[in-house]
Ligand binder design. Structure first.
Ligand code: KG4
Ligand code: ZN
Length: 362
């Protein structure tokens, strides 16, 4: 008789993540501990171009991934026979970059005769909300804010996701990165703006808040970016650092206001008692501060991952991969990297078997 997923012992998972410009590997043990999480950032490669160059990202992944996997095993004090399965990010992300991780994951799993698990990168981000707070309740609202995504979900009590809203153009992280490029702050733009904004005045420049109407849960950041472009073209004073800091702080405030307002609109509309905010932009200090204040005021629980788990990492892929393993999901040897891989969502009807990797039933 096949054991049910819930009676299977939890496997030790080695996860590989190469969806963008971080080469990452991590090991999650059967007792739920991250034994090691290693990451090589490529900021030095892409910095001078002001953004990620896909071909260079893929090439650097090829050069680095083997070392990162070996170092992860070493730091965890484990050897290959201790690893029960390999989880790998299939998508979404940069095609060439994903291809490296998927190929290496496949080759390692095949050579070691262990199962291969595919993970949706967004499932990984959502799973990161539960890593620090395993008892975080569902149903809850989840806001995924990264370089490629700004998506609001309802995570139902059985873990199924319902898409509530998303960006119609730029993602929030993209809005940060493009603004930093305009302001000459380098790449990645989010952390640069976050740092600089601390010494600026958020009320210095009146940037628009694209709320998209009173009921909307969608986002649009391209108009805000254009407003910054025109403001900088007409009034920019790059020679005055305090003026750049004012613009950075004002721009950041506009993005944060919109993200917080939409997240709490969703909370109110769905009578949710919990909100999870994940993805690279959830590392933003102003966003984290505003979310805490609003969550305390509204009396709801908030999950924002620790900083190291906000931006891309393989620990979150390992967590999502372990859950997928326990649900009996296995990838075939024909697994392909999929740049625009959608996150399966349930329609506005009761969900069937679609599950958010990180979500736990209450
Ligand atoms: O999740 P992530 O590492 O990669 C994607 O899946 O896209 O997110 C990267 C994005 C970048 O746009 C980066 O500028 C943004 O997250 N980011 C931040 C901060 N740290 C990273 N944005 C605002 N403030 C930050 N502190
Ligand atoms: Zn990401």
């Amino acid at each position: 008789m096949t054991p049910s997923p819930h009676t299977l012992p939890r496997p030790t998972i080695l996860a590989i993540e190469t969806s963008c410009d971080e080469t990452a590997a991590a090991i999650l043990t059967g007792d739920g501990k991250i034994a090691a999480s290693v990451l090589a950032s490529q900021h030095d490669v892409h910095g001078r171009f002001g953004g990620v160059v896909p071909e260079l990202a893929a090439r650097r992944h090829i050069e680095t991934v083997e070392t990162i996997v070996a170092e992860t095993l070493q730091r965890a004090s484990l050897t290959w026979p201790d690893i029960h399965a390999i989880a790998v990010t299939r998508g979404p992300g940069l095609a060439g970059a994903l291809l490296v991780g998927v190929s290496v994951g496949k080759a390692l799993a095949y050579a070691r005769h262990i199962p291969l698990i595919e993970v949706n990168h967004l499932d990984g981000h959502i799973a990161s909300a539960w890593m620090d707070q395993p008892d975080f309740p569902t149903p809850c609202i989840a806001l995924v804010v990264s370089g490629g995504h700004t998506h609001l979900y309802l995570v139902r009590s059985d873990g199924a996701l319902q898409l509530l809203g998303k960006t119609l153009d730029d993602a929030a992280g993209e809005a940060f990165d493009k603004a930093a490029k305009i302001l000459g702050l380098g790449y990645p733009g989010g952390p640069a703006i976050d740092r600089l904004a601390r010494s600026g005045r958020a009320t210095a420049v009146k940037f628009p808040r694209p709320y998209m109407g009173p009921g909307s849960l969608d986002f649009s950041f391209s108009g805000l970016k254009t407003a910054l472009l025109y403001h900088w073209r007409d009034h920019g004073t790059p020679e005055r650092p305090d003026a750049v800091a004012d613009v950075a702080a004002s721009y950041q405030e506009a993005i944060v206001d919109v993200l917080v307002e939409k997240a709490f609109r969703a909370v109110r509309r769905h009578h949710a008692c919990a909100l999870a905010v994940v993805g690279g932009v959830s590392a933003n200090s102003r966003l984290r501060a505003q979310l805490s204040v609003r969550a305390a005021g509204a009396g709801i629980r908030l999950a924002v991952p620790p900083l190291a788990l906000c931006t891309d990492n393989a620990a979150m892929i390992a967590v999502a991969g372990q859950r997928a393993y326990l649900e009996g999901r296995r990838a075939g040897w024909d697994l392909e990297a999929t740049a625009d891989l959608p996150l399966p969502v349930a329609a506005g009807v009761p969900p069937s078997s679609v599950r958010a990797a990180g979500a736990r039933s209450t």
